[in-house]
Design a protein around this ligand. Structure first.
Ligand SMILES: CC(C)(COP(=O)(O)OP(=O)(O)OC[C@H]1O[C@@H](n2cnc3c(N)ncnc32)[C@H](O)[C@@H]1OP(=O)(O)O)[C@@H](O)C(=O)NCCC(=O)NCCS
Length: 399
């Protein structure tokens, strides 16, 4: 009989479900590695295009490889015309993450490689998704604001072009470079909820777009990627708060969470948060908006003290804590912060989908099928007595 592990109702914490060659986290030491390389070095020296190539292909590109990857991504920016028509029909108030998730199957419908079961075809789809998502996000922003989406500018990098298509003006070079670094920092993170969702979906042999749509759904939640928008809401609400200490105490006493703090794997400060904290300070100085960094550090300090008093020293800032002020300074609207996370993480999702489908880290592909313990009504194996609808008793409902 197969061994039964008692790991239920824990959100799979600490359960190893598969092997992966894509990324590695040491949660105690605060280390994140993509394909062998430390995140700090990648953030300082690499571009998002290099990192996306690395994650998808398993090695850093040489100059020729990088150039050809950038050209391929650049060529795929144009969305099919029908996607714009559908975007224009979505309700004005539609959440950007819902729009993004709903639009992924639209893109699938015209992908020429959709049903080709080769690695090469999957890399082509990944390139299309990496190119399309920023264009989609910016297009939805313009449409929602009653503006026409802007054509992409081939001379611009992915990050520059995104800021241009969003704001309609050429971005400051330093800011675009910083956004690119944000994309490097968010590109992959082992078996987080959205990546696991992607892998689970494609383990059924569903196509890459079905996996990515699932990933976007998982990312939208406020305990995952949606946390950055919640952090920004908190910062805006606390802008003129004099007593941060008291606010945190009240929040925790009433069962609330300090968004952007705590992590399922990191038990120390998230290495990505260190980078974003410095970036928020630098961009704040540059734009005269130091207050967001200052307020964030104040919340961090008070939060750490309060958690310590409660015996929870391992709840520390995560990636979303300082990405929120960074994006705000960049002029990214609050509800577009999580889509930026998706713009980057799609590279990791696609790499994991490829790894899952082609069993690149295990012997053969395996359909995910965990067990659940049934704790509901049970009348034995012959089942409960089925009452015809006419004879079922009225249920008393309390007012
Ligand atoms: C991400 C998160 C879900 C990870 O949590 P976890 O440590 O794996 O597990 P739990 O959710 O069970 O949290 C463990 C305990 O710490 C508390 N906790 C964790 N993060 C907290 C936070 N940010 N604020 C307040 N309490 C927190 C939980 O309430 C729980 O307390 P309990 O044991 O008294 O019930 C959690 O830290 C969180 O909700 N953070 C805020 C949302 C966020 O920033 N998400 C983005 C993550 S990158």
């Amino acid at each position: 009989m197969a061994e039964t592990l008692n790991v239920k109702n824990l959100g799979l914490r600490g359960v190893t479900v598969a092997d992966t060659k894509i990324s590695f986290i040491d949660g105690e030491k605060g280390v994140l590695i993509y394909r062998g390389y430390r995140i700090e070095q990648l953030a300082e020296e690499s571009s998002f295009m290099e990192v996306a190539y690395l994650i998808l292909n398993g090695h850093l590109p040489n100059e020729k490889e990088l150039q050809s990857f950038e050209t391929e991504v650049g060529k795929e920016r144009q969305l099919p015309e029908y996607v714009y028509e559908v975007l224009k029909k979505y309700p004005e108030k539609a959440a950007p993450m819902d729009v993004l998730q709903a639009s992924i199957p639209l893109l699938a419908m015209s992908d020429p490689n959709l049903h080709e079961e080769t690695r090469e075809a999957h890399v082509k789809m990944a390139i299309r998704l990496i190119a399309h998502i920023p264009v989609l996000v910016a297009a939805w922003y313009r449409i929602r604001e009653g503006l026409e989406p802007l054509p992409s500018d081939d001379a611009l990098s992915l990050s520059e072009n995104f800021l241009w298509q969003l704001h309609g003006k050429l971005p400051d070079e330093e800011m675009a470079r910083d956004l690119d670094t944000c994309l490097v920092l968010h590109a992959d993170h082992t078996f987080n909820a959205s990546t696991f969702a992607c892998r689970e979906v494609v383990s059924t042999r569903a196509h890459m777009y079905a996996g990515v749509a699932a990933g976007i759904g998982a990312l939208s939640g406020s305990l995952h990627g949606g946390a950055n928008a919640q952090v920004m809401k908190m910062l805006l609400a606390l802008e003129s708060e004099k007593n941060i200490d008291r606010w945190i105490k009240n929040e925790l006493n009433s069962g609330g969470r300090v968004m952007g703090m705590g992590h399922a794997v990191y038990k120390t400060m998230d290495p990505r948060a260190r980078f974003l904290k410095d970036m928020a300070a630098r961009l704040g100085r540059k734009t005269g908006q130091e207050r967001w960094h200052d307020l964030s550090t104040q919340i961090e300090k008070c939060g750490l003290e309060e958690f310590k008093k409660r015996g929870k020293t391992n709840i520390q800032p995560n990636v979303d804590f300082y990405s929120a002020p960074v994006y705000h300074i960049m002029g990214i609207p609050l509800d577009f912060m999580t889509p930026i996370f998706a713009m980057s993480r799609v590279s990791g999702w696609c790499a994991h989908i490829i790894e899952e489908k082609f069993a690149e880290a295990q012997e053969k592909p395996a359909l995910y099928r965990p067990k659940a313990e049934y704790v509901g009504q049970y009348c034995g194996l012959s089942g409960c007595t089925y009452e015809p609808i006419e004879t079922r008793e009225d249920r008393v409902t309390e007012e």
